[in-house]
Design a protein. Structure first.
Lengths: 115, 112
């Protein structure tokens, strides 16, 4: 069965510092991988996704993530944090071979950004 | 273009009452999903639907009922609400393209 582990339920950084949110997955087949962001009192918004091809994927708001099959990881990074990045971030995995299946989500990481 | 809407956005009810949460999409996506979000659990799938009149259970279906008579609507009913069903409920739609999903704004449900 697929699963997702997000290391660190809460990450705090200073404005301008590197953001690194960790995600490891478990899947018996090559997966689709996603990062979603949730701002307070809002739904989830897709940041980026990995499907096939290039393992470094770029998303919105300056975020990027790298798929590392050997490490079963899909960590999210941003070179320089902004105050507006404060939100909750979810990593999710889906089975590449099953169209329309639900995503399996990690428990989320809350990112705090201080000035 | 509203995309995906949920109503009500906030609901307070009492134990034992029936509650229906509505989800409507304008994209004509085949797949629709209901998740609940609870602190420490992330998002957990309640039910999903691959098309009109096709539904299936997710991870936490007990106490919930769904129907999908039209592609655009996917209501979620709590037949007899319990305090443990206090949560934020998200509806999502999806396509078969890479299983990407699109989320509604959520309904915050409190059961007293």
């Amino acid at each position: 069965a697929q699963s997702v582990t997000q290391l660190g339920s809460h990450v705090s950084v200073s404005e301008g510092a590197l953001v690194l949110l960790r995600c490891n997955y478990s899947s018996s087949v090559p997966p689709y991988l996603f990062w979603y962001v949730q701002y307070p009192n809002q739904g989830l918004q897709l940041l980026l996704k990995y499907t096939t091809g290039a393992t470094l994927v770029k998303g919105i708001n300056g975020f990027e993530a790298e798929f590392k099959k050997s490490e079963t990881s899909f960590h999210l990074t941003k070179p320089s944090a902004h105050m507006s990045d404060a939100a909750e971030y979810f990593c999710a995995v889906s089975d590449l071979n099953q169209a329309g299946t639900a995503l399996i989500f990690g428990k989320g990481t809350t990112l705090s950004v201080s000035s | 273009d509203a995309g995906i809407t949920q109503s009500p956005r906030y609901k307070i009810t009492e134990t034992g009452r029936q509650v229906t949460l509505m989800c409507h999409q304008t994209w004509s996506h085949s797949y629709m999903f209901w998740y609940r979000q609870d602190l420490g659990h992330g998002l957990r799938l309640i039910y999903y639907s691959a098309a009109a009149d096709i539904t299936d259970k997710g991870e936490v279906p007990d106490g919930y009922v769904v129907s999908r008579s039209k592609t655009e609507n996917f209501p979620l009913t709590l037949e007899s609400a319990t305090r443990s069903q206090t949560s934020v409920y998200f509806c999502a739609t999806g396509t078969s393209d890479y299983n990407e999903q699109f989320f509604g704004p959520g309904t915050r449900l409190t059961v007293l």
